[in-house]
Ligand binder design. Sequence first.
Ligand code: IPE
Ligand code: IPE
Ligand code: MG
Length: 255
Amino acid sequence: MSDQLDPDRIPRHIGIIMDGNGRWAKARGFERTVGHAAGEQSIFDTIDDCLELGVEWLTVYAFSTENWNRSAEEVDFLMAFNESLLVRHRDSVAEKGVRLHFVGLADDPRVPERVTLRMAESERHTAANSTMHVVFAFNYGGRAEIAAAARAIAEAVAAGKLDPADVGVEAISQRLYLPEMPEPELIIRTSGEQRLSNFLLWQSAYSELVFTPVLWPDFDRDALVECLVEYQSRDRRFGGVDSAEESPAQEADGR
Ligand code: IPE
Ligand code: IPE
Ligand code: MG
């Protein structure tokens, strides 16, 4: 796809905080919602690019548990938009072997039923696919996800099915929304903001964070490649030492 990239170091899982839709629209004199609509193409182009690169998991942050703080007009738009984009794209992504998942606060009475039903239906329709997993984080918050895992653990302990001595990192990981989802090696945030805004808090413990000034509706293949080049330049140490320091004898040899 790009000779700038090492094909052996493509992340297995990329998370994207798709940000900057409102600013994109305002800069053009449009309402904020026009920016969300313009971001639709970026989502599905990025899915195609990730398929081509061999990325196995892509998680996109579509609506946070804090996005309810926006105007009713914008929230209503985002609810209807996230439902209708599934109508527009479900079949084409399904044909490419994409399996769709939705993570977030389920059973929230604020989410219109037709949205919930459409998401459940899209999951069922693509359940046999395995070429790539695309996860929509919708009405999602990392804190709520960890709290739900803690609640499940408390219930298991209260029911006598889990020993408190066995409650550790694994017990929590197994009770997240999608326990089979690997942790993202890379999290990209567009629009220049440098924060997680409650995205994948547990899973991002050792993710490489790459921030690009590009606004989400302008995010394209070149922007993705640029983020991947930055990712591939990082030394992932996981609390260990620099890989070059590991073999001092070799370093002394100048190898
Ligand atoms: C991201 O774009 C999309 C959602 C949060 C749903 P924004 O709507 O946050 O755009 P800005 O950050 O205001 O420009
Ligand atoms: C994060 O973006 C949420 C999504 C991309 C869905 P926001 O625009 O809501 O985040 P803040 O408010 O700038 O932190
Ligand atoms: Mg924003």
